[in-house]
Design a protein around this ligand. Structure first.
Ligand code: GDP
Length: 428
């Protein structure tokens, strides 16, 4: 059974917590896209962790953690994370790295920084982890696969020289920065080879066997639908697909193997980086939600940047769930809203004087104004509650109102950051 865990929104929906929780009954957890640019925050009996590279299942000794071919693999970051969790007392996880994953090169990170510098105020708000230059190279066919570290050294060196010629033209004439020495890159790749060698695996064959043996496999997505390069708020998106369907490609399994899609939807909105954010709020109202949000405030797990805040957006979330192919919604951070007397919810967009519940294309989204409905708050702490019927009436009202608007079943309600803070809900 393969289950994908993905986000409906702009990321930071709490996918890490849901994956960590579902990993308890799983055998394999696979990351299938993205790189070390976003983080998952996980709180469990070992402590609090921000994972950027490793899948969220690394805290169990019965699971195998897999880096799929769709990932932007930053080898030093992966190894730093591995040693960090082992130092904090977590048993050394079983990790497999796809031989077809491509490597984030040191110059990808530099190019990301130089391009943001060049764009100045018009930048994309990149986390400068090299993700856009990495995926550009992958699709321009000038990237390096993990498998290539193991080809004859002269052939690898020749390829490096070929790729670097093009990079150095940009460095000299566009960015006016120091040039790259192919020998240095070759040396770095030889170091990467030593680091990664024990973990390299033909992941798609491994997963094929696991599927046939009836293992439980989780595919862990990064960010959310609205950051997808095709279906999101282009160009303020990430550089690899954030959709469950891409899980099949990024892990190397058949699309029909994915039987369940758990879409994580957050009870309010937050976003990082630039781009249209229709239900955004500002000032004191936003500050209060930011400080109370998530576990210890809504600040980037990788960058520490304050996140942009907003009310729940039914239009974006309905669209986000549809594009994921949602079978189950995990509705998270509901506990955070307990301080509000009234809770505004964005139920529609007004675009050019017309109200719509369909998510518009990016340039029209810029003009959209939120249509808000006000729901009564429950004004109490719901953490610790274990059964749906024990939630305050107004809290259930909020959940059911949103379920009706987005059109997908909310089968899990998360009322705290821990593994055990979950309410399973039977849909009648
Ligand atoms: P991800 O990238 O989707 O995994 O999300 P992040 O880890 O960036 O953000 C989610 C934050 O919310 C983390 O700090 C989690 O510990 C926290 N979190 C997840 N679910 C809940 C919940 O139900 N309640 C509260 N209070 N915090 C939660």
């Amino acid at each position: 059974m393969v289950t994908a865990i993905v986000g409906a929104n702009w990321g930071d929906e709490g996918k890490g917590k849901i994956t960590d929780m579902l990993a308890m009954d799983s055998d394999v957890i696979v990351r299938f896209q993205g790189g070390a640019n976003a983080g998952h925050t996980i709180i469990n009996n070992y402590g609090k962790f921000a994972l950027h590279s490793l899948p969220s299942g690394v805290f169990y000794d019965h699971t195998t953690s897999v880096i799929g071919n769709g990932v932007a693999l930053n080898i030093p970051v992966l190894f730093h994370e591995l040693s960090e969790i082992v130092e904090k007392g977590v048993p050394r996880p079983k990790v497999l790295v796809s031989e077809r994953a491509q490597i984030v090169m040191p110059y990808h990170i530099l190019f990301d920084q130089y391009e943001e510098e060049r764009l100045g105020g018009k930048s994309f708000g990149s986390t400068k982890s090299g993700i856009a230059p990495f995926y550009s190279d992958k699709f321009a066919k000038t990237g390096f696969q993990v498998s290539e570290l193991f080809m004859p050294e002269d052939a690898l060196y020749e390829k490096i020289e070929r790729v670097i010629i093009q990079k150095n033209v940009l460095l000299e004439h566009l960015y006016h920065k120091p040039l790259i020495d192919p020998k240095e890159i070759f040396g770095t790749l030889m170091e990467y080879k030593k680091m990664v060698e024990p973990y390299v695996c033909d992941v798609s064959s491994y997963l094929d066997r696991a599927i046939h043996e009836g293992k439980n496999i989780l595919l862990e997505g990064q960010l959310g639908t609205l950051k997808d390069p095709d279906h999101g708020i282009y160009p303020m998106v990430t550089s690899s697909s954030t959709l469950a369907s891409y899980g099949a490609i990024g892990a190397g399994i058949p699309p029909y193997a994915i039987e369940k899609v758990v879409t994580v939807v957050k009870a309010y909105s937050s976003a990082v980086g630039a781009g249209a954010f229709v239900s955004e709020i500002f000032g004191e109202e936003a500050n209060e939600l930011r400080v109370r949000g998530g576990d210890g405030g809504e600040f980037g797990a990788t960058t520490g940047r304050p996140r942009r805040m907003g009310w729940f957006d039914c239009v974006a979330s309905k669209y986000g769930c549809r594009l994921q192919g949602t079978t189950d919604v995990a509705f998270t951070v509901v506990d955070v809203l307990g301080y509000l007397k009234e809770i505004p919810v964005c139920t529609g967009y007004e675009v050019d004087g017309k109200i719509t519940t369909d998510f518009p294309v990016p340039w029209k989204l810029e003009k959209a104004k939120p249509v808000l409905e006000i729901l009564p708050g429950w004004e109490c702490d719901i953490s610790g509650i274990k059964t749906y019927e024990d939630l305050p009436r107004n809290c259930r009202g909020y959940i059911e109102f949103i379920e009706e608007k987005i059109g997908y079943p909310i089968t899990m309600v998360s009322n705290g950051p821990g593994r055990e803070d979950i309410i399973y809900r039977k849909i009648k």
